[in-house]
Design a protein around this ligand. Sequence first.
Ligand SMILES: NC(=O)c1ccc[n+]([C@@H]2O[C@H](COP(=O)([O-])OP(=O)(O)OC[C@H]3O[C@@H](n4cnc5c(N)ncnc54)[C@H](OP(=O)(O)O)[C@@H]3O)[C@@H](O)[C@H]2O)c1
Length: 254
Amino acid sequence: MRRLFPVTDLTAADAPREWSLDDLADVYAYPGTDGPWLRANMVSTLDGAAQHDGRSQPISCESDMRIFGTLRGLADVVIAGAETVRLEGYRPARAREAFAARRAAAGQGPAPAVAVVSGSLDLDFSLPLFVSPLVPTLVLTGAGAPPDRISAARKAGADVVIAGEGSRVDPVRAVRELADRGLRRLLTEGGPRLLGQFVASGVLDELCLTVAPLLTAGDAQRIAGGPAVTVPKRFALASLLEEDGFLFSRYRRS
Ligand SMILES: NC(=O)c1ccc[n+]([C@@H]2O[C@H](COP(=O)([O-])OP(=O)(O)OC[C@H]3O[C@@H](n4cnc5c(N)ncnc54)[C@H](OP(=O)(O)O)[C@@H]3O)[C@@H](O)[C@H]2O)c1
């Protein structure tokens, strides 16, 4: 892997080399802000597909998965839409030795919590994600979610957080509710329908986007869906890594 931006040293530091998880954790460290910081991590093909055959794995690669793991290793909470949880078979986040010291120094527990955003609560609450995580899984939903499903979530051990009226979660309120629980280093892994709402509501601070050197055509979703914003949101490039033609970019809100 090599760093293309920012260019620090055209010789040694930016030459292709093995990047340890520690090196990646340095590059992807959260900024030292007091308030919440919401980062998204997504992968896209050259022609904008966010999945192939309904999954993101076919458009990912080993280095992308290492960055995926690093971002989890730095986060307080991983936020995912219910469809991604259902289709990608989400499991609890693991405690990883590689990030243990860094997490302890940052006052974090051994693994991030997972927060599932769902209005229907049509989730299998018997899965390990709900019954045997290291840190209780959060379920973000609206006040009007089906009461029997709220009870089922709580019975399984999930921490149900009401963050909206009706069955909908308000993205701004979701971020605030998480921050109120001390969860400030936020990481969303999509999917596109959820990310579109974070973008539209103006709460997304950072996008870690892997561009895969693949073309798929077809009608796959883009990384963010839903209604377009009135004025495109401007982000600035913060870092860019490359390996085997995959680009690992990080953009921050300008
Ligand atoms: N390329 C990538 O990096 C990437 C990342 C993640 C996922 N993906 C792919 O994206 C696809 C799934 O993404 P998706 O966009 O269809 O779905 P999604 O965003 O993962 O989940 C949508 C679901 O989340 C819940 N939800 C979203 N916003 C909500 C709100 N404001 N209030 C309440 N509930 C809300 C709803 O769940 P209920 O139906 O339970 O109410 C909704 O059906 C999969 O193919 C996956 O492989 C790709």
